[in-house]
Design a protein around this ligand. Structure first.
Ligand code: SAM
Ligand code: SF4
Length: 316
């Protein structure tokens, strides 16, 4: 079965935040002081997350992305991956990670049948990377990417959030990664959500800043929310994702669940449906309700998203 929302959109994609904790403190995502650790019992257990995926799958979800916070700091993450693939191996299972803890885990995630990895990397420059992540070492991420390639992940996406005045001089260098490496570099517009809501508008830039380097590239396809380009002879591709300059709402096929079990029908709304403690028909009905409550579109601009949460709680 496939479930449609009240605007006729097929909902097939679940983004599940497995923790709001993270070993980084990216300047646009988390407060410098980090987050107050919630009570263990208030967070979804691995069994509850598995139950939510099972119920969502019964309603037509066939693509699941585990995110966070940093999903690789969540104890039990590998078991969760195995559980999801045991529900149905055809579920496309992805993880979005900062990559810093990936090197020792890539092989085991491959064995657990994770299909895809998206790795966030906003700068190749060690100082800029450390500034953005508040202390991260870019070499850890590079090691993570290499380990993932060696483990057999062949469709790695590198997510780069556009930060004017911070990484704007590096876009050509990021694009050049695709010459020798079979990776898909995606430039993503910064959204005014959580801590980034307080940011000065001069920090925001559109994907047009990357497009200017793509004049000799070929537009290969429109892939969901991304426009995908490639240079002849290059091993990788480049994607532009523009939630600010173009609305994705008409083609939105997602629901999100936070690590404390709240289903968010829309990333930018403060509307939430509590799934914690539900099972069986009640859980399925709550997910159905959430899908039917998806708004037609969000209406935020630089004024900011209506959600009161930071991105580390929602998962992107
Ligand atoms: N820790 C993992 C990571 O960094 O990949 C997963 C969670 S993180 C919240 C998911 C994605 O959201 C990252 O690629 C991050 O760059 C992006 N992100 C966080 N805050 C954002 C914002 N305000 N606008 C756009 N993207 C944002
Ligand atoms: Fe952590 Fe990812 Fe947020 Fe950076 S973007 S603070 S790595 S959750």
């Amino acid at each position: 079965m496939t479930m449609k929302d009240s605007y006729g959109r097929k909902i097939q994609y679940l983004r599940l935040s497995v923790t709001d904790l993270c070993n980084y403190r990216c300047i646009y995502c988390m407060p410098e002081s980090g987050v107050i650790k919630k009570r263990h019992g208030d967070m979804l257990s691995i069994e509850e997350m598995t139950g939510i995926v099972r119920a969502a799958h019964r309603l037509g979800v066939n693509k699941v992305r585990l995110t966070g916070g940093e999903p690789l700091v969540r104890r039990g993450i590998v078991s969760l991956c195995r559980n999801i693939k045991a529900i149905d191996n055809a579920i496309e299972l992805g993880i979005t990670t900062n990559g810093s803890l990936l090197a020792p885990m890539a092989g085991i995630l491959k064995e657990a049948r994770v299909d895809r990895l998206n790795i966030s990397l906003d700068s190749l420059n060690p100082d800029t990377f450390s500034k953005i992540t508040r202390g991260g070492d870019v070499r850890d991420v590079a090691d993570g990417i290499k380990a993932a390639q060696n483990a057999g992940f062949d469709n790695i996406k590198i997510n780069c959030v556009l930060l004017n005045g911070i990484n704007d001089k590096e876009l050509f260098e990021m694009i050049s990664l695709t010459r020798e490496h079979p990776v898909h570099v995606r430039f993503i517009e910064l959204m005014p959500l959580g801590v980034a809501k307080e940011w000065d508008s001069s920090r925001f830039m559109t994907t047009a800043s990357a497009e200017k380097y793509l004049q000799n590239a070929e537009l290969l396809r429109i892939d969901g929310v991304a426009r995908v380009y490639g240079f002849p002879g290059y091993k990788g591709t480049i994607g532009l994702i523009c939630p600010m300059s173009h609305s994705f709402c008409p083609s939105c096929n997602k629901i999100r669940v936070t690590a404390d079990g709240k289903l968010k029908p829309c990333l930018h709304s403060d509307q939430e449906i509590d799934l914690k403690g539900l099972s069986g028909e009640k859980l399925e009905q709550a997910i159905r309700d959430g899908i039917m409550q998806k708004p037609e579109s969000h209406r935020f601009g630089l004024a900011g998203s209506a959600t009161g949460r930071n991105m580390n709680e929602i998962g992107g």
